[in-house]
Design a protein around this ligand. Sequence first.
Ligand code: TXA
Ligand code: MG
Length: 320
Amino acid sequence: MAEILAAGEAMERALALLEGGDVVAIPTETVYGLAADATNGVGVARIFEAKGRPRFNPLIAHVADLAMAERIALFDPLSKRLSQTFWPGPLTLVLPQRPGNGIHPLVTAGLDTIALRVPKGFGGELIARLGRPLAAPSANSSGKISATTAEAVAADLGAKIKLVVDGGATSVGLESTIVKIEGGKLRLLRPGGIAAEEIEAAAGMTLLRGAAGIEAPGMLASHYAPGAAVRVNAAKVARGEALLAFGPRRAEGWQGAAALRNLSATGDLREAATNLFAHMQDLDRSGAKTIAVEPIPFDGLGEAINDRLSRAAAPRDKID
Ligand code: TXA
Ligand code: MG
């Protein structure tokens, strides 16, 4: 079973594992990541093995700062401005790779672009100490809900990895927002922890929506799936369903719910994002066959929350 070490005590052990081509689960501000040295093919392969993830999914390379990012990718003025505004933080930029950057091709699934971000906290310090980027998808088995606590990581992947670094519950609770620069325009590949409106304000332009093809497989329909079926936009709750609530007013029939969690009693979307995955896991554990979800507004972080919920509700034949 994986050892769980507090972030304040885990640095040397994490470095030793990464230097040896092994994986380590680390906290970031968004969700926990399953990290390996992005220049080490064996380490990166272990990520896919532990997650049971198909190899065609490219991973995000996490860097310590803009200087490290510029050694890996080619920045235009707009992407530089966005990185200066939002890094460290939950923004991932997809950029052309700099030839000879040393990134193992398994990280990018052979694409000539690479997804980059600078995480806050322990992850950022770890990368600076290692001196090399870390490839890190969310630390969960493929198709499952992302983990926002060290305990959730250990429960899911503990038998397959050696170390989980415990940084407490993540502050954002949702994966990063992914944008791609396309000929001076910006495309939103995955809504996430920074609201699209904030990026639009910083960029001074509207984001293009809808990916060209399956570019960000975070976009595969049934991702983030709990064991129970998920029913979104529920105006009524059937007896025995679990209820994922939002805001001060309850859906009709809520008294008959088998279990209830409220994403935010005050209707605060940021608080709701932080609670999303942990509450889904709690309701899943209640044993109810269906989780009914009250309507959640689409503004701000609501876009990303609704995106994750609609994937959780999608038919399960498409799990990646
Ligand atoms: O918050 C996050 O982003 C977390 C933490 C650990 O940093 N990481 C995360 O990674 O969510 P992952 O691997 O679960 O999701 C990465 C997404 C995938 O949907 C992948 O397809 C997309 O990024 N992606 C990676 N490289 C890409 C590329 N070159 N072009 C387009 N999409 C890419
Ligand atoms: Mg994921």
